[in-house]
Design a binder for this molecule. Sequence first.
Ligand SMILES: [Zn+2]
Length: 394
Amino acid sequence: MENFNFYIPTTVYFGKGEIKNLASSIKQFGGSKVLLAYGGGSIKKNGVYDAIATELKNAGIPYFDCDGIRPNPPVADVRKGIKIYREHNCDFILAVGGGSTIDAAKAMAAGVCYEGDVMDLMAGGKGEIKAAAPLASVLTMAGTGSELDMGGVITGEVNHKKHTIMHPLLYPKFSILDPTYTFSVPEKHSMAGCFDAFDHLLECYFVAGSESTDVQNMMNEGLMRSIVKNAPKVLANPEDYDARANIMWASSMALAGFQFVAGKKGSNWPMHGMGHELSSLYGMTHGETLALVAPSYLAYTLEKAPQYTWLFANFARNVFGVTEADDNVAAKLAISKVKEFADSINMPKNLKEAGVEENKLAYLAEKATEWGSIGALCDINKEDALDIFKRAFN
Ligand SMILES: [Zn+2]
């Protein structure tokens, strides 16, 4: 097993009514003036905004709204938040929403402590994160796991390229996870969130070095199984508290430090790399892009890295209950099971159906590998990525 660090400083308040901890927790972390970051206004319809406003007002904590944060958050939304934070001398950032809002808030938290432009602080940029404002989240959409990790993805201005921002200072101080807040999330986004969480687990599971990481593998399999079990329950009844609760907690756990390929050889998240290009070019929902790419990626990887056939077979048996004894057959079944799961929760069937143009596949493959080959069990270069996109086309 490889050496690894384990660090998750975020306090989680999980369950119905846990918003009651909001004001005291903000004060605990030195917050006295809050930048309240949120998205398109659904929190004003479902009562979440009012619940937060009441808590803050009762505690005498002033807050300033930064609304309208968009999905796949553009850097312009981050800059807007930084401006409002500075104008009002805020000292705490509260993100209310799903992954996009929390990701944007993380970039704001770093940006308010940096004199230059926030884009400098993205991975590979010329700046360095040396300080960050304290931030916390109230989660209203499960999937990305941003509530319990230290990273975010921001859309830049050039070609809508996705940039990563990541630093231990960007862990939320606390996150409030109330499953009832996700009851009103539309079906498409609920299911895309389920697949996103599932894919985070795939990205950490199919990684070189998995021969020796029994703890990670088996925890991972359990989380994947819980998503496969509960996503259809949410689909059938959006107000099924326990199904929503299990999806919410599995999504958080999927990205919490201890699932993060701990003890493996490392991954640069190839499915996300390819999926981000689909979001950049077509504005697609993140989880849907992963559902489009995952089956073809896994099939391609199995062919290119047959020494990991055993891992695919384990996955088929331990996640999907496949009883086939022959590893080669079970491994292939693993891939059809992933596709069946995606279909069962109404993910788009293929790139063509999702509106992707065939003549853009080469461009997508080039962009996905522009910083070098991506891979986890084997290298995926530009030609490999193109092959995967072609398989996913129809
Ligand atoms: Zn993701």
